[in-house]
Design a protein around this ligand. Sequence first.
Ligand code: HEC
Length: 117
Amino acid sequence: MSKITSSKFIMTVIAAAGIQLFSVPASAEVDAVAAKKLALANSCLRCHAIGKKKEGPSYQAVAYKYAGNPEAAEILFKHLTSNEVIKASDGHSERHKVIKVKSDDEIKNLVAWILMQ
Ligand code: HEC
């Protein structure tokens, strides 16, 4: 294993541990279909793609940004529920969309899925 590969692996392990600390489903328990459906229903994919930057960052970039951060799940949960002001890739500012769900578990599942990308 090269140095870069092994440190990336360690980051992934730490990230996975962090997700569990905040009682978000472990990657084996993430319901990817439900996560994608929820993202579609909330037009998240209008501004985000998994591997490509649109108006917002790609979910891979988000997962990379938060790799190894034990608070990632908590931060993103808040991000999706707090209507905070954000800056788009073209420089304009707006309030981020607040997700509409029936239960917090749906948000936790989506956050865990984003962090797995
Ligand atoms: C109108 C466009 C738009 C829509 C719709 C949108 N987002 Fe975003 N999102 C953005 C932008 C722009 C950013 C970048 C914010 C920044 O870097 O300050 C962002 C950031 C994020 C981040 C990263 C936050 C962080 O702390 O780095 C996540 C995760 C995210 N969005 C998820 C979602 C989800 C899930 C939905 C659907 C409920 C959604 N977004 C809908 C534009 C959008």
